[in-house]
Design a protein around this ligand. Sequence first.
Ligand code: FES
Length: 584
Amino acid sequence: MTNSPLPRIRTPESLRSARWFGPADLRSFGHRSRAMQMGWSEEDWKGKPIIGILNTWSDINPCHQHFRARVEDVKRGVLQAGGFPVELPALALPENYMKPTTMLYRNLLAMETEEQIRSLPIDGVVLMGGCDKTGPALLLGAMSAGVPAIFLPAGPMLRGNWNGKVLGSGSDSWKYWDELRAGKITAEDWTGVEQGIARSHGTCMTMGTASTMTAIIEALGFTLPGFSSVPAPDSNHPRLSAATGRRIVEMVWEDLVPTRIATEAACRNAVAVAMAMGCSTNALIHLIAMGRRAGHTGFGLDDFERLSHSVPVIGNVRPSGTTYLMEDFYYAGGIRALMERIRGHLDTTALTCTGRSVGENIAGAKVTNDDVIRPLDNPIYGEGALAVLHGNLAPDGCVIKPSAMEERFLRHSGPALVFDDYPSMKKAVEDENLDVTPDHVLVLRNAGPQGGPGMPEWGMLPMPRALLKQGHRDMLRLSDARMSGTSYGACVLHVSPESYIGGPLALLQTGDIIEIDVAARSINMRVPEEELARRRAAWVAPPPRFERGYGWMFNRHIRQAHEGCDFDFLKTEFGAPIGEPAIY
Ligand code: FES
């Protein structure tokens, strides 16, 4: 769908890039002569939109291995539409390899994106991402840079396979690891799982953070319709990549900048889609950051909470669902069909990158398998995927994923078993004599934005071996960490403010009773206020995690989880988006 109804606003003379290449002065002489050094000539750039292609490919990001080929498809599309493509390598943020966590670097890629666009002769950008943090980071930067932008999702990998059993990214790693620890599978079985769980390029194929965020970016309006559901190895993927290249050229002529797309209505549409998809808990943090960058400073947890009561989970994809994966979701109709099914919860007038409305983009999309994309009256969970809780443990909120946990923990009270750091907790849970019962609440603190540092995905705290041996596979867990979107279980996450800066979680002690009531959206520790005051007075702030470098800057400027973990100095209230650079 590229026949946009939007009028062309830009003229060749009004392109940003014309300021670099047009004038008959010494500076532009330098730009032109150096372009010629690269083998380009006037026919390449004159009067044409220059399209930056921000490519997060790297040798060590398995999810983006096909981006080397896809970028050529995008370039082909740009050239077909009369633009000139320029590839710009960008930080790859490989989820599996980057330590302590890619979340520490999401904002670094966002800054790199913004500044590459701002500082170079770029009229529009294609953002190539998919692995968890890359999508939100690229969008955050592009929103602040303010030139027309379109997103190219890496697409999910194929289903995993082990001895004919379907394997899901992440989810089956956790599951079979616990089976190994419980002595239910052998080391040889475990090796088989290792060899079969990632069978092609592409992102995790469960409804993890990657699939959640690419769906959210499509719902926001930044991806060609249906693209976020297309598996990476499918031949539709290169075709849509070329179409993305064609479309961005038109978007430049139409001056279709991000703020025209990422309206408040679009952000709410993205929340509704996230809820219906059975989204990753990471959606809260990234979407709040994106909404606020787009200028909606009040956008936050309340918006998620409101929609969580009305939008049911109809995407039957693991880990909220029990059986299916993203490949099945694609064959069942994909994101367009899901959005068509929840049309009543969407503002269908919202403008998208196609130049058309959400309603026009999804019109006629059909569900071909009612078990994968359920009817509204037969959801896999009657409310949205996430629930936001408040209480004396989390005055600024925390989150739980009721659609992917054992129901008995929706209302629960039990004694806390508290750990101050991940290594000591990891060691303790391996102890078969650990004094723990199924009613205990396993607690990890100092794992938030500053404490982690970078809020690692530790929140699916490992089940104590002693409970696994008794046959238990879930228990209530609590932390200020995040968890992978492929994780599951009764895990309370993102406790805000975090314990490392003295949030109430810092005051909790082993043996204190914790009470959770998801229906009432509450979480509290049953400790008298006078006792909490005594503990607060005795609390000593830990030393900062970093004394120099990027980490030092991160710790000084990172906001809390309920604010999206953006840097305070990047907030839109400071004057972005669109800071046009002077050319010196
Ligand atoms: Fe890249 Fe999961 S590791 S999407």
